[in-house]
Design a protein around this ligand. Structure first.
Ligand SMILES: C[S@@+](CC[C@H](N)C(=O)[O-])C[C@H]1O[C@@H](n2cnc3c(N)ncnc32)[C@H](O)[C@@H]1O
Length: 500
């Protein structure tokens, strides 16, 4: 059997819920062809979901192997790794013993922890490790453990509580940024200074939003996972067969407004067939981060421009495809942003958008109220104090926020609960938003993910059962009706439109 056939078999078994067999098929594909991206993605999806009640040696080895593979998705497999680390945590977790736990070391260095129980254990381990590493000539294994915990602290942007009794140096690096900047930071400062600007930012909300992301570029990420290449227009035509077929000359010009630190744009630039990506953002620090990662991964088909979405028409260019996720709800007038995007999209271009949902974010609204009344500042100290209250029980009604992926680092948490500007949508607001924009709604995209837990029903199945004659699933009036009947239907709104 070829690697491709094994990976396809793995996908079929995965969909059928036969995960052990799917895992074997993916492993066979990887044995035949170690870099085979489709098999890597499939195996990582299983490792992401793998939960056992007892430590499982086979899973642990597969996770360690995945951490040794630069093409694996370390963010995804971190969920499965955290489960194995927690359930295998010994009753007497001395730093000496934990330093020998290969999965723990890899997890700390490569995946952001998003597990409250594991965080408590790691904090105790950090304090015990600090005591040893501060002594003269600490053992090498303890130095390696200290470095791994410090790397985790870098990943979470020092969101864990500080301890001023631990001085700067190797131990202090587990608690706070060190006085000498890391080499990445120095490189980003240089790259930021050299970015091309579309136009000076004049909108006052855009200025405040820019300041926020200059201080906390979103998100901090360290690793570009390998993905199978995809003809995105063909894939979207398959998903939305009612779209209008329009042919564009290669290469596809892709616009990504609100690019952040480049995680999404670089995955697009490296996976979409024959595409050139233009990444635009207000924040120079965010773009510089993306630019550094582009050169680290040798991704050359991407340019980074600083500017406001409102000024996109000043580029004097049009684009064949647009992806703008998690951005427009942070503008003073999201519709003005949408109109600017529509203006630079060519006829027939697909526009993929992601917007906050009112229903799913009720808990965030409560958090924002608490933050305002307690006058918590959006600084590292304010973020740490917020977490102390939420995780320590003072603000118990917010504890479910720990189930959100964005709870676990400073930039993620600031974005989640301390944002200077956020709008939230309903289907009815999405409909008004698109009205008169020149963009035709093609359909929602429902991807598995943590926010999905907020949803209590399968929206597609509900729609089909309720409106069996409307097969395109693209009638916003019907979705609106469904949402009125079931208020918690959407985790947020991820959808695709087409420029008319
Ligand atoms: C939550 S982050 C999302 C980043 C990225 N799209 C992602 O999904 O990882 C929002 C980004 O949108 C950018 N942004 C917000 N308003 C913008 C505007 N008016 N023009 C350009 N970028 C904007 C911010 O600077 C920030 O980097």
């Amino acid at each position: 059997m070829t690697a491709s056939r094994s990976a396809t078999l793995g996908d079929e078994l995965f969909v059928a819920g036969r995960l052990d067999e799917a895992m074997a098929a993916y492993r066979q594909a990887l044995a035949l062809s170690p870099g085979f991206a489709a098999a890597r993605v499939g195996l990582d999806a299983i490792l992401e979901r793998a939960r056992t009640r007892q430590p499982n040696e086979q899973l642990i080895q597969l996770l360690i192997d995945a951490y040794a593979d630069n093409g694996a998705n370390w963010e995804a497999i971190g969920w499965g790794a955290a489960n194995q680390v927690v359930i295998g945590w010994p009753s007497d977790p001395t730093p000496e013993a934990m330093a020998g736990n290969a999965l723990l070391i890899e997890f700390l260095r490569k995946s952001l922890n998003r597990d409250a129980a594991l965080e408590r254990k790691l904090l105790a381990l950090r304090d015990a490790t600090a005591k040893i590493v501060m002594q003269p000539s600490p053992p090498d294994a303890i130095v390696r453990l200290t470095e791994a915990i410090a790397e985790q602290a870098w990943l979470n942007e020092y969101i864990w509580p500080d301890d001023p009794a631990v001085p700067d140096g190797p131990a202090g690096a587990m608690y706070r940024p060190q006085p000498a900047p890391r080499p990445e930071v120095v490189e980003e400062r240089q790259l930021a200074a050299g970015l091309t600007q579309i136009a000076p930012i004049t909108d006052s909300v855009s200025q405040s939003v820019a300041a926020m992301y200059e201080a906390n570029p979103y998100p901090r990420w360290t690793h570009l996972a390998r993905r199978p290449s995809v003809d995105v227009r063909a894939a979207l035509m398959r998903d939305f067969p009612h779209a209008t077929a329009v042919a564009f000359d290669a290469p596809l010009s892709v616009l990504m407004p609100g690019a952040g630190t480049g995680q999404h744009p670089l995955s697009v630039a490296s996976a979409y067939d024959n595409a050139n990506v233009t990444a635009v953002d207000l924040s120079r620090a965010s773009l510089a981060y993306g630019k550094r990662m582009a050169s680290r991964y040798g991704v050359a088909n991407i340019e980074f421009l600083q500017g406001d979405i409102l000024d996109l028409p000043k580029l004097g260019r049009t684009f064949d495809h647009v992806e703008c996720v998690g951005v427009l709800h942070h503008m003073a007038d999201p519709k003005a942003g949408l109109m600017a995007i529509s203006q630079v999209a060519r006829r027939g271009a697909f526009v993929r958008l992601g917007l906050y949902g009112e229903g799913a974010r009720r808990i965030v609204v409560k958090a924002r109220q608490e933050i305002a009344s307690a006058k918590l500042p959006p600084t590292l100290d304010g973020l740490r104090e917020f977490r102390r209250r939420v995780m320590g029980g003072g603000w118990r009604r917010l504890v479910k926020l720990t189930e959100w992926e964005d709870f676990w680092s400073a930039s993620l948490l600031r974005d989640l609960c301390f944002h200077v500007q956020e709008h939230r949508f309903t289907v009815s607001r999405v409909r008004e938003f698109l009205d008169g924009s020149g963009l035709r709604f093609l359909g929602f995209e429902f991807n598995a993910g943590a926010v999905q837990r907020a949803v209590d029903a399968n929206p597609i199945a509900l729609y089909r059962a309720r409106f069996p004659t409307e097969r395109t699933l693209s009638d916003l009036a019907r979705w609106e009706q469904l949402e009125r009947e079931k208020s918690n239907l959407f985790p947020g709104y991820a959808f695709v439109c087409q420029k008319q």
